[in-house]
Design a protein around this ligand. Sequence first.
Ligand SMILES: *[C@@H]1O[C@H](CO)[C@@H](O)[C@H](O)[C@H]1NC(C)=O
Ligand SMILES: *[C@@H]1O[C@H](CO)[C@@H](O)[C@H](O)[C@H]1NC(C)=O
Length: 489
Amino acid sequence: MKYGGVTYVFLFLVVVPLIEQCQAASKSNDDDVRELQNQTVTILNGILDGYDKRLRPGFGGPPITVRVSMYVYSMGPVTEAKMEYTMDLYFRQQWRDERLQFNADFGLALNAEILDSFWIPDIYIINEKSANYHTILYKNSLLRIEPNGDMLFSTRLTITASCNMDLSHFPFDKQRCSLDMESYAYSDNDVQFIWLENSPVYVDPAISLPQFKFLASSTRSRIAEYFVGNYTVVSADFFLGRDITYYVIQTYIPSSMITCLSWLSFWINRNAVPARVALGITTVLTMTTLVGNAGNSLPKLSYIKAIDLFLGMCYIFVFAALLEYVVVIYYDQPRYQKARQLMKEFLENGQTAKEDAAKTIDVAIDIEDEGNSRSRSEQNGRTSSRPPTSQDISRSMQADAKRKSGDDYGFIEGKVSKEEPDCMEETLCSYTQSFREKICVFGFNPYSVDRVSRIVFPLVFFTLNLIYWLVYLVFDNITVEDLKHTNTL
Ligand SMILES: *[C@@H]1O[C@H](CO)[C@@H](O)[C@H](O)[C@H]1NC(C)=O
Ligand SMILES: *[C@@H]1O[C@H](CO)[C@@H](O)[C@H](O)[C@H]1NC(C)=O
């Protein structure tokens, strides 16, 4: 309260004059603004007075040059199935219309409201499939006029354009997608398009596309000759490289693992038919599904893609693993038959050589005894299933003793030829051993088919894999430079 009076004096002396000053300033400001408005309206009325938008600038003279440039702020998706891509951009055209020169030290910034009053280049996109202006909340366009008649027209577009893709390297491919533009009505005698000198195509570095990486962009221009005249065509090229991570996870790893899984069969006993057949067929069917899914997002192309090669390789491996088991089973049966036959031959040879030994009285008695006992058992009520008597047991024990005494051949002829050959006898063992070696030479031994497969299948698979990845990632890798030199249009 002590300083109240001083405060009021301060307010009166300092603040009130300030407010008065401000009011005076705003009054003169308002006048300026009003004058500017009046001036602008006068300019607009002046330049549109006698302006005919139906005639191009510099009508009757040399062609006018329209500089184009674009700012791409979003890209994608790229649709292989339809061979098209989508992007959002600000499209800009700059030209000079000398009829619109005016005397002022500022340019005019106008919105879409006034566009209809001026001549605007009638550029169109040759490879466009669909495109739209944006009109939310109001038409997204601007027009700027400089005192010297320089015009800048910018508009926001979403364009879906066709892109001819070569998918033979898919998914290791890189694509060039272009945007080709020309005037519809004016040939190059009237309007010529050129790219702006400084950074004609600017792509937002933060751009991110599904599956693709944006690599680079470039511009081209050429003259297209049509029946109706020659037109200047300006093209922007966008280079996109596919990111294979998705395909590695979705296709390459699963199919490699299925292939490895099919090799487990080689470690399973060849007599376990259900296990090995089930494993083989399951892996073949899984591969069929993978092959089917891999081409889902792609058009039905008539050439082989890189991914087809890999899946085809895996498919062949899985199928070969199943066939391998068929081979094992097939050669397993004749082996026994052949073994039996070879053994018979061997035994016959042995018999002639050791005729004396084969015709010993003991064997004769043994065989005779056997015949007797059989006929006897038939007589005793035709029941072969009668329990063995003590007589039978003692007789067989005697026979055993005789066998041990050295008459091997008689025993073998009488008994083993009826049974599967197994390694009960040393000679037989050595014989089947040599037989095994013999068929081993021709590679048909079912034992070794599995054993060889265990090494050969993985070895061949990994070698082919190495070649595949080297070819597609190193030797046959497409670069942006390669793409620039391929022809389009
Ligand atoms: C604009 O200025 C002109 C003269 O320069 C004057 O005749 C006219 O009345 C003014 N118009 C407005 C709206 O102030
Ligand atoms: C188009 O260009 C070609 C070669 O440049 C020329 O021969 C031809 O006369 C031109 N056509 C028109 C209609 O100007």
